[in-house]
Structure formats: structure tokens, C-alpha cells
Ligand binder design. Structure first.
Ligand SMILES: [Mg+2]
Length: 336
């Protein structure tokens, strides 16, 4: 059934009827506002991010459930970067009236399931009819023990630099789709495509690392070097990245060959990987590595923080050279 036949009120009634109660919610969806029950001794951590059709997702490459999961993932990533536990989400969205209710329901199910895996519930929302591209905007609230939130500004010279997962894959994935079309579905490229289509939540990993000596954190949503620049700027420090320290990534190497680009261009360039980039107290490296061991995302120590504000270097292969993200604008600019 199309939304134009169902009408706004019935659409909302059906969507909210499918939502579950949560222990930390006193009044849930369906009232004028939600009433929430924050835990004593915790601070509230809030973020918002939206997906715009055609720009942040391509409907022909993702199911509706995957679009919902992606909306959760981009917001969960911001809370992971603060070491916060996700709790409550509000969804505002604009959809065309010729969309079916079933497709909207599938999207919400993907969103709700992804939020629930990290302990968050959808507690309200708002909807509007649009004629152009659709959009889905999520506001996600979480909790963190008072004073324990990670920020971008705490990195100190001498701290180690660590990153989760395989940075560069998501940007490579979207570049492959745009350049190769259907040929991007080749099996040796699958992990790269997957990183773009279905970014994994690092919330549980972040919570496990919360007391493991992390001094500053940012999630990789622009690309490794772009986000490292931001972390360094906020902390008033510089950084050195060791080219030999990255976990080996044959899938990214395949992608680099398929795109006729260097591995480093993909690894450092624009890429919304939703991985975590961390500065770590060197005395806590073992604790940090141990806390990360039980997660299937590798945690790689890729360099160190220096006292030269704003200066980024790449070291290895017997040389030390300025580190910069090479854009690949011929793919159309934005990675996401
Ligand atoms: Mg972020």
C-alpha cells in the first residue's frame, strides 16, 4: 500500500505500533514528546546525522533495511567516538507519497534492529512528504559515566596513534561502484563494497576501550588523513604515521588495482569508514590491545603523536615525507 493511500496519521500509527518498550523510556512514541530516564551519575551525549538519497546512499545498491542500518551506523559511530553507550533515538524523515508502507517499514526495521544491537531504542519521530530526494535524519542520545567521554582534544605528544578496521575501504567501495558499475560485484572486492554498504558499529569496542588509556578519539567519516588533521588541530599536536604498521588488506589492494590508484591514495583519501582513530597513552598499549582482542576488527597502532602542531608525516621505506590525503575528484568528489 502506498503512503498516499494510507495518510500521514495512519502511517505514523503503524510505524510506532511496531516499536518496543525500553526500560529507560517512561513515555515512548505516540505522545507529544518522549520521557526518558537517564542513569544517575551519567552525562548525556547527543549527535545527529542524516542520509540524503543519491548522496549518502544509492537505492539500487542497498536494501531498505540496509539504508536503515546505515542511518543507525553513522550516528552510532559518533557516540562510539565519545565512548558513550547509545540509548534513545529520534527519526525525522521526508518520503515520497508513492513509496509503499512496506518499504518504509523495512527501513525502520533495519534501523531499529541496528540500534537495539547497541542498546538504543527509537522513541519518536516526525515525517513529511517530499517530491524530490528522500532523506532520513536521526538524532541519537547516549550516556557516558560523568567526565569519561572521549574528545578530539586530549592527544599528547608521545601518545600512540591507533585505528580500528581497514581505513579506506568505504571510499574505495563507492569509487568502485561509480567507476565499474556491476563489475564492482567481483568477489575479491566484496569486503571493500561491504565496508561502504554496511559499516559495522564500533560501539562495543569503544566501550571496552573506555578505560584502556585512550586520550583522544574521532570517528573516520571524512577519511583517515582528513580526520587525523581534525584530531591534531583540536589537540594542538602533530602526528607521524608508519606506512608499514597497517594491518595487511588484500581487498583494498585489489580495489587499488581495479581503480588504477595507489593503496595509499585509497587508505588516506576521502572515505566514510566509521572506524575509530584513537590517541593512546603508550603505557597502556598492551591494555588497549588486549581489550580490542575479542573484537573481530583489528586495532592497528599506526604511528604516534608529535609536538609539531598541524604537521603530519608519513615514515617508513627509509624516508619521512609530508602526509596528505590525495583526493580522487574524478570519481565525483565526496566519498559518501
Ligand atoms: Mg564523527
Amino acid at each position: 500500500m502506498q503512503l498516499r493511500d494510507l495518510g500521514e496519521r495512519e502511517t505514523i500509527r503503524r510505524l510506532t505500533a511496531a516499536l518496543h518498550d525500553s526500560a529507560s523510556v517512561s513515555v515512548g512514541p505516540g505522545d507529544d514528546a518522549a520521557v526518558l530516564r537517564p542513569a544517575p551519575g551519567y552525562e548525556l551525549v547527543v549527535t545527529t546525522d542524516l542520509l540524503l538519497e543519491g548522496r549518502h546512499y544509492l537505492s539500487e545498491w542497498m536494501t531498505q533495511a540496509e539504508i536503515g542500518e546505515r542511518l543507525a551506523a553513522v550516528n552510532l559511530s559518533d557516540l562510539a567516538a565519545m565512548a558513550a553507550a547509545p540509548r534513545w533515538a529520534l527519526l525525522s524523515f521526508g518520503v515520497r507519497v508513492d513509496r509503499t508502507f512496506e518499504s518504509l517499514e523495512e527501513l525502520q526495521q533495519g534501523l531499529v534492529a541496528a540500534l537495539a544491537r547497541d542498546g538504543a531504542a527509537l522513541v519518536g519521530g516526525n515525517l513529511v512528504a517530499v517530491e524530490g530526494p528522500e532523506f532520513f535524519s536521526l538524532t541519537l542520545c547516549g550516556e557516558v559515566e560523568s567526565g569519561a567521554a572521549w574528545t578530539r582534544s586530549g592527544a599528547r605528544p608521545g601518545d600512540l596513534l591507533a585505528v580500528t578496521g581497514h581505513p579506506g575501504r568505504a571510499g574505495a567501495g563507492v569509487a568502485l561502484v561509480r567507476e565499474l558499475g556491476e563489475r564492482a560485484r567481483a568477489t575479491d572486492l566484496a569486503p571493500v563494497l561491504e565496508a561502504w554498504r554496511a559499516p559495522q558499529s564500533r560501539v562495543a569496542l569503544a566501550r571496552a576501550l573506555a578505560s584502556a588509556g585512550v586520550t583522544a578519539a574521532i570517528d573516520v567519516s571524512d577519511g583517515l588523513v582528513g580526520d587525523l588533521e581534525q584530531l591534531c588541530a583540536m589537540s594542538g599536536v602533530g602526528a607521524e604515521v608508519d606506512v608499514a604498521a597497517f594491518a595487511s588488506d588484500p581487498a583494498l589492494e585489489h580495489a587499488a588495482r581495479a581503480l588504477s590508484l595507489s593503496l595509499e591514495t585509497l587508505r588516506y583519501g576521502p572515505s566514510d569508514d566509521y572506524e575509530l582513530l584513537l590517541a593512546v597513552d603508550p603505557a597502556r598499549q598492551d591494555a588497549c590491545a588486549k581489550a580490542a582482542e575479542s573484537f573481530d576488527a583489528p586495532l592497528s597502532f599506526i604511528g604516534r603523536i608529535t609536538d609539531a602542531p598541524g604537521l603530519l608525516f608519513e615514515v617508513g621505506r627509509g624516508e619521512r615525507r609530508p602526509l596528505a590525503a590525495e583526493g580522487f575528484d574524478h570519481f565525483g568528489g565526496s566519498a559518501g
